[in-house]
Design a protein around this ligand. Sequence first.
Ligand code: ZN
Length: 141
Amino acid sequence: MKREFTTGRTIVARLPHGADLLESITALCREHKLAMGTVTAIGALSDAVVGYYDQNQKSYHELPFPGHSEILALVGTLSQRDGAVMCHAHVTLADEFGRAFGGHLVAGCRIFAAEVTVTELVGEPLTRGFDEVTGLHLWVG
Ligand code: ZN
């Protein structure tokens, strides 16, 4: 499926020190009443955890990365799930030696500092629904 959008507002924000990264991005979207968009961010985390989707078991495993890390890149989409905006993002992080790791952004990443850019996509927002083949909540319609 595909749908065409035009770009709307761009919101640039420094996220609060000590807050949860995923929750802070979602709260920013709610605050600005964004229904659909894209998100990017850079910064640093005090503690990190990412998800990995096991395609055989059709479930997420959480991979903890305790301690400090750099957010080399966060990229994601904002769309609708169960009537609310949902941020689906992936992060690439680096440890003190520059070794990269990453995965699906889940709750539990504590912000040391983060700069986020959210771009609004204007049009009928995409919604997520359960997909039997993958076990994921993918865009439908
Ligand atoms: Zn994902």
